[in-house]
Design a protein around this ligand. Sequence first.
Ligand code: HEM
Length: 511
Amino acid sequence: MILEVLISVPLLVFLTCKLWSHFNQSYFILSLCKRIRTEDGSPLEDKIYVTPTKTRFGNNFDLLSFTSASIFNFMRDACDQAKGRNYLWYFFHAPMYNVVRAEEAEEIFQSPKLITKNMVYDLLKPFLREGLLTSTDQKWHSRRKALTPAFHFNILQSFLSIFKEECNKLTKVLNQSVDKELDLNQVIPQFTLNNVCETALGVKLDDMTEGLRYRQSIHAIEEVMQQRLCNPFFYNIVYFYLFGDYRKQVDNLKIAHDFSSQIIEKRRTLFRSKQLGQADDFGKKQRYAMLDTLLAAEAEGQIDHEGICDEVNTFMFEGYDTTSTCLIFTLLMLALHEDVQKRCFEEVENLPEDSDEISVFQYNELIYLECVIKESLRMFPSVPTIGRKCMEECVVNGLVMPENTQINVHIFDIMRDPRHFPNPNTFQPDRFLPENTVNRHPFAFVPFSAGQRNCIGQKFAILEIKVLLAAMIRNFRILPITLLSDITFENGIVLRTQQNVKVKLLRRKQE
Ligand code: HEM
């Protein structure tokens, strides 16, 4: 008996120590998530900044105030603390690899394995379900292939007249705001939503009685997503159901889904009776809409009604807020930099007087205006962070990532890296003149992401943005009201500001 005790107690102690040591090396104790290690066995800290934890629970309780502004600042502080290195967090279920350098972002963008989005995108799924942005693997591959022709140059050309019509409508509204305070957040999102709705679905929102309700429902859905994004407790569906705006989400999703579904039905009837290309009820020629590409894919059995709805909703979501955010910041920068605005004016003055005559080629030749848009996107990327996750254990940048590791590529921080953009907080459009970009790292400027999951709508967006900017710069002088120091940034799937951005317009012809 004594002998048994003498043998078994030390054995038990030995085994417990062994297990503890193994567990502590492989897992983050009390956070229950498996650790990341280096592939070559070198110390982890040599390859990445491991953010110190404030409690024994990993980084779970490092941030205690869940406002969208505090989360935005938390991420920027984390980047400063890491002094330009990529950094690591440990959260409840998984490690989080944060990339802020173009050099390491490259491997993620280029990896054919890392195409699955991380848990943040689950918040989009009630609205977008399995659309192009949120889907993965085979479904994503086949959809991307089917949808690419909808963004072909010829199609883009046919959208130009829609952009111009919406632009003329907005210019009329702006004419009434001359010499007064103009709230850009009140007018620009309506312009981009109208554009994407007409190009994707083939309907004019302003002409429809349900148009206003649909627009409001999209705003409401975004507000709920924002609420969930900024409070990790709301990622849990039960908690969200009990304490979040669950009802608001359900009601507005119904409005948005029903609206797109009805339009799809109507367009399908037209498509089936081969009326495309013929006159519609009002004697007008039916315009192409991206939806037609999806209906053609449906006719070949590649997609069903639900799939079409998901893709249409994805275009709405990805196509309107991103573009309006870019427009708002570019207009703000133009207002704040009179010299830059003057150079843009000199460039757009050379365009034909009658805007109907301006071609896509002529918009493409507005090189300096494009530099201004790029510099605005560099400083204020509409999508500040994108995410991926490891579906199985994998090696990324020499680090062995356990299954389910969450990856954040901080586009915002990559594009403010002083190694690639000296004086990164200064607005300098000349950085993007062809002669100044020759030696820049190819993944240093990535507002549209990069690699196979890059933005399918980037040319669409740039054209739409140029059409409105050229018209505004030609007609008005844009003066500042809001200053950069007035702005508080907020974390979101799309970059937000707590305050609306305001400018003042003066009519040029009267000067
Ligand atoms: C300035 C405007 C825009 C910016 C900055 C932007 C940015 C981005 C970024 C960063 C991504 C990658 C997202 C991720 O990996 O999570 C993306 C994807 C996407 N964007 Fe855009 N976008 C813009 C405009 C548009 C427009 C106008 C459309 C459509 C009409 C569009 C449709 C999409 C779609 C469908 C995807 C998913 C692509 C895929 O995964 O295959 N975007 N966009």
